[in-house]
Design a protein around this ligand. Structure first.
Ligand SMILES: [Zn+2]
Length: 411
């Protein structure tokens, strides 16, 4: 009862009513141009994304600026949002396994949804497929989130050169490599459709500034994608500068080097007061569980420390990436340097194609992961000493056209 009242109050304050439609809004569609799909509140305790979408749609409707292409706002975990919790039965942002989704789309998997989140996922995938099926121009995808800890807003992306280049539009730090740590996220899945995909973490869950930061990210996405000119948005400059200020000095690219998994732990509790991007030292006590102290395994910055009950990621450690490394990686990828990989000791391409590299980690030891990262390969699995790493399909070039050649039968 108490929780319910709290949720109602919070929903009222953040402008949310208990029941939200799946489509938050659509704008444009009259003139040729890109499609921007923005999803908010994939986690139900993160209402800022939907509130930001509603405010942007309001502003667009009032001002009716010239708009190329279309913006589509989508609500994420509706059931969890109604209760103000991260998820009902399982994390909606960890169940986007490509073979299951593809089967759903092709009409092969007629199984009943096994959880509240599986039925949310089915509805979402139908929406995305329907929206995308009719498009023959570029599609951009923005996934709006907030964190339980305070700290600078930031971006997460799958490491493609196209994603990297697009994030130059945003005055916030950018994080690579989270795809290796978190399985089956929505962005990971959608990225394989060839879209530019951006995950934006706007700040702490219930901060007003998280709504403002999400609005700024949405405008930047629309301007960067070419839907709208910045002059058409009255507060574009001030909104951009506020976001820049909120990101403090944490500019550039960072890489996730450690994730503390709490799935099999009991009694995990973060030490109080850690902020996203705060410097930490190797051996520093960051949290505790029923076995005792949990220390940082390395020097770096703490990232997404968990200050809420639900979730399996205790904290991450990230490190700044040297800009020279980024430049070199970009040059090598454009030169298709991946061709040398199967000739190196302990490395083979899977099925004769370089999309996936199989590494015998007993033979190939030095700098293997660094080399694979540089060439765009991210770890998929490690089994019996064999590491499988795959690269993104649309790293350098966009798909030739966005009309999907697969016929979605179940849409
Ligand atoms: Zn989230």
């Amino acid at each position: 009862m108490q929780l319910d009242q709290k949720v109602k109050r919070r929903n009222r304050e953040s402008g949310l009513t208990r029941f939200k439609p799946r489509i938050v809004g659509r704008y444009g569609g009259e003139f040729e141009g890109p499609t921007v799909i923005c999803i908010g509140s994939l986690h139900g305790n993160e209402p800022a994304g939907i509130t930001a979408l509603e405010r942007v749609f309001d502003q667009l409707t009032k001002q009716s600026p010239v708009f190329r292409g279309e913006l589509i706002g989508v609500a994420g975990n509706l059931k969890a949002l109604g209760k103000g919790i991260r998820y009902i039965e399982e994390d909606l942002n960890r169940i986007w396994k490509p073979h299951i989704i593809d089967e759903l789309l092709m009409g092969g998997n007629q199984q009943q949804a096994r959880s509240a989140e599986e039925s949310e996922r089915s509805e979402l995938i139908q929406v995305f497929a329907q929206v995308c099926q009719k498009k023959n121009s570029a599609v951009y995808f923005l996934d709006l989130h907030t964190t339980s800890a305070q700290g600078s807003p930031f971006i997460t992306i799958s490491d493609t050169l196209r994603n990297r280049a697009f994030t130059e539009n945003f005055p916030v730090p950018r994080i690579l490599g989270i795809e290796e740590q978190l399985g089956s996220t929505l962005l990971n899945y959608i990225n394989e459709w060839g879209f530019i995909t951006i995950g934006f973490e706007a700040g702490q869950h219930d901060e007003k500034s998280s709504v403002e930061n999400s609005i700024a990210a949405l405008w930047i996405m629309l301007v960067g994608g070419g839907c709208i000119d910045p002059e058409e948005i009255p507060d574009y400059q001030s909104s951009y500068l506020e976001l820049k200020k909120a990101s403090m000095d944490n500019v550039g690219f960072y890489e996730v080097c450690y994730r503390h998994d709490i799935e099999k732990e009991s009694g995990f509790l973060m030490e109080p007061g850690y902020l996203n991007f705060q410097d930490i030292r190797k051996g520093e006590v960051l949290a505790r569980n029923s076995d005792g102290e949990i220390m940082s395994p390395e020097n770096g910055k703490i990232f997404m420390p968990l200050y809420q009950k639900q979730g399996n990621d205790g904290f991450f450690v990230i490190r700044r990436i040297n800009p020279l490394w980024l430049k070199l990686s970009s040059i090598l990828r454009r030169l298709h340097a991946d061709k040398i990989l199967p000739y190196l000791p302990g490395m083979n391409s899977q099925n004769g194609a370089n999309e996936t590299i199989v590494v015998n980690s007993g033979i190939a030891k030095w700098y293997v992961i660094e080399l694979l990262h540089m060439l765009g390969y991210r770890r998929k699995s490690l089994e019996k000493g064999m590491l499988r790493a795959s690269r993104r399909k649309f790293d350098i070039k966009a798909p030739l056209d966005y009309r999907f050649d697969i016929e979605f039968k179940n849409v």
